[in-house]
Design a protein around this ligand. Structure first.
Ligand code: NDP
Length: 328
């Protein structure tokens, strides 16, 4: 038996990617064998595809941090052949071979059953980016965010996390302000539900005053860096920011004044090692909340063989919304 995979190799510090047929005895270990139907391209996939960020330690490597497909064999009572499953995070696609392959194996404790109303394609249109957006909103809600408190800010809005966050927040009844550096995607963001568009340049400057006018009831931040620092000083009293990403930088040139004088909360969001019960809860809320027609409007679909240029583009902030990778 054999399967096909996008294999990344490193020789003489040079990274190459090729589409190869591999023997089943090379499949990663795990109790559940899955025929992959769809995968996706997240920011992290861009890093793994191009050998950046130090995430992949061993080559040859099969990237793809997300996958959805059909169980074909299982040593776990929790999964039967024919079940549709989702696998995201757990460092799959980084330290283990991932979803850019027609077949893989996974640990039963890492798999989530596909929600009844969702297809594997829709699950991968959501992917780690969308799951993380949902986890961020759940964290903001747990901290007291509710509709009627004011505008909720989403940074990096036309990217993957941002697009899903805008659509989810609007569907949940929050007025959304979307920060983008690509005004050409303004109509797209308005269709997803953004009521206010903010140019990235407005929040690009480093903090000059630790407190600005109180403006945001909550924030899903995919950008980090100077933008996150500015946003902290603009939060309403007692409001929270969910820190998700670092598309604009990993440093935080901020002061502690917003925490001390306005009771602002900075909530860290990690999707990779998120416990299984929280994942199940997030997937089930995504299935009930995210309008699938809007999700469809975020999608660009590519074949597995065409994934490398998308990985290169996402690292330059050049991908809009979500990319679905057709594997089967
Ligand atoms: P995308 O590339 O799809 O989106 C990032 C967006 O950020 C871009 O589309 C762009 O939006 C904006 N952006 C890009 N560069 C800059 C910049 N220099 N300054 C300000 N804004 C910028 O990536 P994802 O949505 O997949 O991921 C977003 C971030 O979240 C990444 O850093 C990723 O690593 C992180 N992440 C973290 C997870 C976790 O578990 N914590 C899980 C998933 C992602 P626009 O053009 O609209 O301004």
């Amino acid at each position: 038996m054999s399967f096909q995979a996008l294999v990344v190799r490193k020789a003489d510090d040079r990274i190459t990617q090729s589409f190869e047929t591999l023997d089943d005895n090379l499949l990663p270990p795990g109790e559940v064998t899955v025929d992959v139907e769809y995968s996706t391209v997240n920011y992290k996939d861009g890093l793994c595809l191009t050998g950046q960020g130090g995430l992949v330690r061993q080559y040859p490597h099969v990237p793809g941090i997300d996958l959805a497909g059909r169980v074909v064999a299982s040593e776990s009572a929790a999964f039967q052949p024919g079940d549709r499953v989702i696998l995201t995070g757990w460092r799959v696609g980084e330290v283990r071979w991932g979803g850019y392959a027609t077949r893989t194996r996974a640990d039963a404790a890492q798999l989530v059953h596909l929600p009844a109303a969702m297809t594997t394609r829709q699950a991968m249109a959501i992917g780690t980016a969308g799951l993380t957006a949902m986890l961020a909103i759940m964290a903001l809600e747990a901290q007291g965010l509710a509709p009627g408190q004011g505008e909720v800010l989403v940074t990096g809005a036309s990217g993957g996390v941002g697009s899903v966050a805008v659509a989810l927040l609007d569907a949940l009844g929050y007025p959304v302000a979307a920060v983008t550096g690509r005004p050409e995607h303004g109509d797209y963001l308005r269709r997803l539900g953004a009521k206010t568009l903010i140019d990235r340049s407005e929040l690009a400057e480093t903090v000059k005053r630790p407190l600005e006018g109180e403006r945001w009831a909550g924030c899903v931040d995919a950008v980090g860096g100077a933008m996150l620092a500015r946003v902290l000083g603009q939060m309403k009293y007692g409001a929270s920011v969910a820190a998700v990403g670092l598309a604009g930088g990993a440093t935080l040139p901020a002061t502690v004044i917003p925490f001390l004088l306005r009771g602002v909360n900075l909530l860290g969001i990690d999707s990779v090692l998120q416990p299984l019960d929280r994942r199940r809860a997030a997937w089930s809320r995504l299935a009930e909340t995210l309008p699938m027609a809007l999700l469809e409007s975020m999608i660009e679909e590519v074949a597995l063989a065409d994934v490398v240029p998308v990985g290169e583009a996402i690292l330059k902030g050049g991908v809009k919304g979500r990319t679905v990778v057709r594997v089967a």
